[in-house]
Design a protein around this ligand. Structure first.
Ligand SMILES: Cc1cc2nc3c(=O)[nH]c(=O)nc-3n(C[C@H](O)[C@H](O)[C@H](O)COP(=O)(O)OP(=O)(O)OC[C@H]3O[C@@H](n4cnc5c(N)ncnc54)[C@H](O)[C@@H]3O)c2cc1C
Length: 410
C-alpha cells in the first residue's frame, strides 16, 4: 500500500496523492465493518474503543496505541471536524480564568505542548502552525487589580506600542503572558494522519448508539452500522458525551461563533490579544482569527450575521489596522460544557467504561495532559495528579437530579 502511495506521489500531484491516501483509508474502514459483519458472533475485538474523534479522542488514541494496545476510534462524522476544528487554539494557561483544581493540569499540558507538536509533525509529515510569541492580556475591569499570573509582565504604554503597534491605546493595564497558540485545524489533521500511521483503526461516518454491556461491564458499542467489541470503551464524544446510553453525563453544548480575516501583511499582529470583549489570534499565513461568543443555544451551530459583525467591530476597535483585511469565513462550534466548567475524566459507574469529556473552553490546551492521565487511569496506575475534582461521580453528590442522570438505564 505504501509503495502505491509513493509512486502516485511522484507521478501525480500532491492533491491526487492525498485523495488516494484518503480513499485507501476509507477502504480500510469499510473492510473493518465488512469483517465484523462476516464474523457474526465472533466479532473482532479491540483492546480499546474510543467514541469520538475530536482532539481528546485522537490524542488519547495515539497515547494508548503507544502502549501496544489495539485501538478503534468510532466517529459519527469525519474525525476532527467539530469543536476541535472550530477552536481558536489559544494555549491559555497563564490567565486568571482557571479554577484552583484545573490550573495544575493546564500548566502541565502547556509544558507538554512543544514535544506534542514535535512528535505530531514528525509522525504526520504535516505542517502545524504553532506560535510562541506570547499573549497580550487586557484583564476585565473586575480583575484589573490582580496580577493574572506570577510570571505576567505589566506593560507600560511605550512597551505595549513596541510589542504590538497595531493595537489602539486601550486605557487600561496590559500584561504580557508567556503563552503559545496553535492552529487547531492543522493539529487535528496531523493527529488523524499520525493515528493512521500508528495503525489505529477508524470507523468514520458511524454513530455510536450505545455502549453494550455483558456481565455488568462494558463489552463494546453498537453503532448505526454494526457492533464493535471491546471490554474497554472511552467516551470522548465532546458536547454529545451525555447522550451515550446507558450512562448519561451532565455535559451540554456551549456555542461559540468566530470569524477569520485575511491580512495583506503577514505580521499585522504578532501576539494573541485577549480583551474582555474579544480575542485576536494571529496565524503565520496572515490570517487573524477573532472570537468568540459563549452562548447557550443547544446543538445549533448556525452563525448569526449580526453577532459576527459585532465581533468584527470589537476587533477593529482593539486593532484598527484590521480594517485593511478581508473577512474570510465565519463559523460556530459547540464546546463541551459541564455544570461546574470542569472536565469529566476517569472511570464511570460501569466497569470498563471511561470518560474524557467536558473540556469546555480549554480542550485544545488540555489534550496532551488528558491523554497522559487517561492512559494512567485505564492502566490502573497512580495518576500524576489527583483527579477527584474531575470524577464522573462528583455529580452524584450534588442532588437528586444529577443522581438521576447517572442512573444506568435498563
Ligand atoms: C469557538 C470555540 C473556540 C475555542 N477556543 C479554544 C481555544 O482557544 N483553546 C482551547 O484550548 N480550546 C478552545 N475551545 C474548546 C475546544 O475546542 C474543546 O474543548 C475541544 O475541542 C473539545 O474536544 P473534544 O474532542 O472533546 O470534542 P469535539 O472536537 O467536539 O469531538 C467530539 C467528537 O465526538 C463525535 N461524536 C459525538 N457523538 C458521537 C457518537 N455518538 N458516535 C460517534 N462519534 C460521536 C463528534 O462528531 C466529534 O467529532 C474552543 C471551542 C470553540 C467552540
Amino acid at each position: 500500500m505504501h509503495g502505491s502511495f509513493a509512486v502516485n506521489y511522484i507521478e501525480g500531484t500532491k492533491a491526487q496523492w492525498l485523495a488516494l491516501q484518503r480513499a485507501n483509508a476509507l477502504r480500510l474502514e469499510c473492510r473493518i465493518v465488512q469483517y465484523n459483519e462476516r464474523l457474526g458472533d465472533r466479532v473482532k475485538s479491540w483492546d480499546i474503543i474510543i467514541v469520538g474523534g475530536g482532539i481528546i479522542g485522537l490524542s488519547l488514541a495515539i497515547e494508548l496505541r503507544k502502549t501496544g494496545r489495539s485501538v478503534l476510534l468510532v466517529e459519527r462524522g469525519e474525525p476532527g471536524k467539530e469543536a476541535s476544528y472550530a477552536a481558536g487554539g489559544m494555549l491559555a494557561n497563564c490567565g486568571d480564568e482557571f479554577s484552583e483544581a484545573l490550573k495544575p493540569l493546564a500548566d502541565a499540558s502547556a509544558m507538554m505542548y512543544p514535544e506534542f507538536i514535535h512528535e505530531l509533525r514528525d509522525e504526520s509529515g504535516l505542517r502545524i502552525d504553532f506560535r510562541e510569541d506570547g499573549t497580550i492580556l487586557f484583564p476585565a475591569s473586575d480583575r484589573i487589580r490582580q496580577r493574572p499570573d506570577s510570571h505576567a509582565e505589566k506593560l507600560l504604554p511605550s512597551r505595549l506600542r513596541e510589542l504590538e503597534p497595531a493595537l489602539a491605546p486601550f486605557g487600561s493595564p496590559a500584561f504580557y503572558l508567556r503563552e503559545r497558540c496553535v492552529d487547531p485545524r492543522d493539529l487535528v489533521a496531523a493527529c488523524v494522519k499520525a493515528a493512521r500511521h500508528r495503525g489505529i483503526d477508524f470507523s468514520s461516518g458511524d454513530e455510536v448508539k450505545g455502549i453494550t454491556t455483558s456481565g455488568g461491564r462494558a463489552s463494546g458499542v453498537t453503532t448505526n452500522r454494526t457492533v464493535f467489541a471491546s471490554d474497554c470503551v472511552v467516551n470522548c464524544a465532546g458536547a454529545w458525551a451525555g447522550l451515550l446510553a446507558p450512562l448519561s453525563f451532565p455535559t451540554r453544548p456551549v456555542k461559540g461563533q468566530m470569524l477569520a480575516m485575511a491580512m495583506t501583511h503577514k505580521d499585522t499582529l504578532r501576539h494573541v490579544v485577549r480583551a474582555p470583549e474579544v480575542y485576536l489570534i494571529p496565524r503565520s499565513d496572515g490570517r487573524v482569527v477573532i472570537g468568540a461568543t459563549v452562548e447557550e443555544a443547544g446543538f445549533n451551530k448556525q452563525t448569526v450575521p449580526a453577532t459576527i459583525l459585532r465581533l468584527h467591530e470589537a476587533a477593529l476597535k482593539l486593532a484598527p489596522e484590521l480594517r485593511n483585511g478581508k473577512i474570510l469565513e465565519a463559523w460556530a462550534g459547540l464546546r463541551p460544557g459541564t455544570p461546574d466548567d470542569l472536565p469529566i475524566l476517569g472511570r464511570t459507574f460501569l466497569p470498563g467504561c471511561f470518560i474524557a469529556s467536558g473540556h469546555y473552553r480549554d480542550g485544545i490546551l488540555l489534550a496532551p495532559i488528558t491523554a497522559k492521565l487517561m492512559v494512567q487511569v485505564i492502566e490502573g496506575s497512580k495518576t500524576d495528579f489527583d483527579l477527584g475534582a474531575f470524577s464522573a461521580q462528583r455529580f452524584t453528590t450534588n442532588g437528586a437530579s444529577d443522581k438521576r442522570s447517572f442512573t444506568e438505564s435498563a
